[in-house]
Design a protein around this ligand. Structure first.
Ligand code: NAP
Length: 296
């Protein structure tokens, strides 16, 4: 019997970069979908022979992506104005192609409707659960991301574009990838499940700056920056008029995170990993060498 074919979308993104090597090492039969030739080359170098380049919001690309696939790991295009419609179309295309199991990478607390990208995922979750497909839904908290540490290491300042006093829970993307790989290895064992993926702890920006200080041995302070300044820098634009949808999504994030904590619980992730999830402190320790290299 041939191995089931697994499709991974957003395959060279934060999750994909960590998930693909696990699947390749496990000998999985893979198709990876990305938008650019550069990412396609990176994936082929990583050992994926079947790479599809195209925009997921194009229904023809989705049709091609799903053909001959047994299990889908669907990470939707972030900050895309058609994220909701693309998610619905991905479920439809999977069903039409005879996919047996659809794993959807959603977000922690997808029920929060004043976060635009959450409400969209809530809707996609509902669409998937109602589709008749076998499904598993993963709900990661905010990612611990290496690039967010760079200013702290470089300038001794940890910056956030929302209130420094609000608490947040996070998750290490490596832990998310470990869970995703386990689900894809045995989807039937996880059929019908919705899993919250959250590391232990809840942190204000001051707490995060203190942890980085303790790990690096240098003083790191927390600084709130205006959402517009953060947005222009991260989206690399002169004016937010150039990116109205992305600006709306990110402004809603700053507003919500300034007025409410965003917290979760590590029980489910602990059970899934069979160990304690990576803490923020462990993440900073692990990444510190890579961050130093990135700065050089
Ligand atoms: N950031 C967080 O803290 C966080 C937390 C929880 C959930 N989430 C959710 O997680 C998802 C993002 O996951 P991620 O960070 O792993 O992904 P990501 O890094 O945003 O994904 C980037 C990858 O997606 C591909 N891609 C982007 N737009 C595409 C399109 N229109 N068509 C085809 N491919 C496309 C890119 O291709 P190229 O490389 O070719 O450009 C790249 O390989 C979002 O839905 C986000 O809301 C994020």
């Amino acid at each position: 019997m041939s191995a089931p074919v697994i499709l991974v979308t957003a395959a060279n993104g934060n999750q994909g970069k960590r998930l693909i090597p696990r699947l390749v090492a496990a000998g999985a039969e893979l198709r990876a979908c990305v938008r650019s030739d550069e990412s396609a080359r990176a994936l082929r170098t990583a050992g994926v022979s079947d790479v599809l380049v195209g925009d997921l919001s194009d229904p023809a690309v989705l049709t091609r992506a799903m053909r001959g696939v047994d299990t889908v790991y669907y990470v939707g295009p972030a900050l895309h104005p058609d994220e909701r419609a693309t998610g619905f179309a991905a479920v439809d295309a999977a069903k039409k192609a005879g996919v047996t199991h659809f794993v959807f990478s959603s977000v922690l607390h997808a029920i929060i409707t004043d976060l635009i990208q959450h409400e969209i995922k809530r809707d996609i979750e509902e669409y998937l659960v109602s589709s008749g497909l076998e499904f598993t839904i993963l709900q990661p908290a905010n990612y611990m991301l290496r690039h967010r540490l760079v200013p702290a290491f470089q300038e001794g300042v940890f910056r956030l574009s929302w209130s420094l006093d609000r608490y947040q829970s996070m998750v290490d993307v490596d832990d998310v990838a470990q869970v995703a790989a386990a689900v894809l290895a045995d989807p039937r064992a996880h059929a019908g499940a919705t899993y919250e993926l959250v590391a232990p702890g809840r942190y204000t920006a001051y707490d995060l700056a203190r942890v980085i200080s303790e790990v690096t041995g240098r003083e790191v302070t927390a600084e709130e920056i205006a959402p517009d300044v953060f947005l222009k820098a991260s989206l690399r634009v002169e004016s937010l008029d150039e990116v109205p949808y992305q600006a709306k999504v990110l402004q809603a994030i700053s507003a919500r995170y300034s007025s409410h904590d965003f917290i979760g619980n590590a029980n489910v992730l602990t059970w899934l990993l069979g160990r304690q999830p990576t803490t923020f402190e462990e993440f900073v320790r692990r990444e510190s060498h890579a961050v130093q290299d990135q700065m050089e």
